[in-house]
Design a protein around this ligand. Structure first.
Ligand SMILES: [Ca+2]
Ligand SMILES: [Ca+2]
Length: 264
């Protein structure tokens, strides 16, 4: 023992790293890594029935062993099977008791009937995630009362491009115009994606603006020096105000180094 103490003293004096005799005692003081996902223990609603046009508040109680719950999200399923993800647009908040909640507004044209929480995810502060899939027999349900439900996708009427051929040497952008209508609740948002000639998606637009004529428009941009060939407006996604969403895939029309001009 005396010999060990002496060598420790020498090592200390020389500022060397010393491995303690009992290493296990030291590591036990380190913060253990959080490798366990959080749990969602309850899903509740502030009301069991909501009128179309009103808002329901959905509470999720989640617990975590170590690092704490960072975030939760959920998806709803409408009576006809539409999946709605309210927490993608409006992240959850926390009340005074630590419960997570989200306010979910229903349009006046919302689909009536039994809605349920079909999926929920909790993530802890070490990014361990736990997904729950409740399926069509989810026990977490509420009723929506609606007298004028809109359950029909918006219609893609037409697509126009301000140019159809773009020189490969230029970094150039041009406009896309999209006409869309909806039978009942009206169009809420339009967005599109662009594929290059190799089929790789090179642009995801945000929500498009509307011009004075009511057409949705946005800029299509190309990276300079990209491959020559036919660029395609690969998808156009339209959501109506009753949250019906549909992804249209316009048929491409070949033209050199340009997005295809497609009309429906
Ligand atoms: Ca954890
Ligand atoms: Ca509609």
């Amino acid at each position: 023992m005396k010999k060990i103490l002496t060598s420790l003293a020498i090592a200390s004096a020389l500022s060397l790293t010393v491995v303690p005799a009992s290493y296990a005692d030291v590591v036990s003081y380190e913060t253990p890594e959080d490798t366990t996902s959080p749990s969602i223990t309850a899903i509740e609603f502030n009301q069991s029935t909501v009128n179309a046009g009103d808002t329901i508040r959905i509470y999720l109680t989640a617990t975590d062993d170590l690092s704490g719950v960072l975030d939760v999200s959920f998806a709803l399923r409408s009576p006809s099977g539409q999946i709605v993800t309210p927490t993608h647009e409006n992240p959850v908040q926390q009340d005074a008791q630590g419960r997570f909640y989200a306010d979910v507004p229903f349009s006046p044209y919302a689909e009536g009937g039994t809605w349920n929480v079909v999926q929920a995810v909790a993530v802890d502060n070490n990014f361990n995630a736990q997904e729950y899939l409740y399926g069509t027999n989810s026990p977490y349900t509420f009723q929506v009362l609606s007298s004028t439900p809109d359950t029909t996708f918006a219609t893609l009427v037409g697509v126009e491009l301000s140019k159809t051929v773009v020189p490969v040497t230029l970094e150039e952008s041009f406009l896309i115009y999209i006409d869309a209508t909806d039978n009942l609740s009206g169009v809420k948002s339009v967005r599109f994606t662009v594929n290059d000639p190799n089929g790789n998606t090179i642009q995801w637009s945000g929500t498009l603006q509307q011009d004075e004529a009511g057409r949705y428009f946005g800029y299509v941009g190309f990276p300079p020096g990209g491959p020559t060939g036919t660029y395609t407006i690969s998808t156009i996604t339209i959501q109506d105000n009753a949250l019906n969403e549909h992804e249209y895939q316009p048929a491409p029309t070949p033209s050199p180094r340009s997005p295809s001009k497609t009309t429906h």
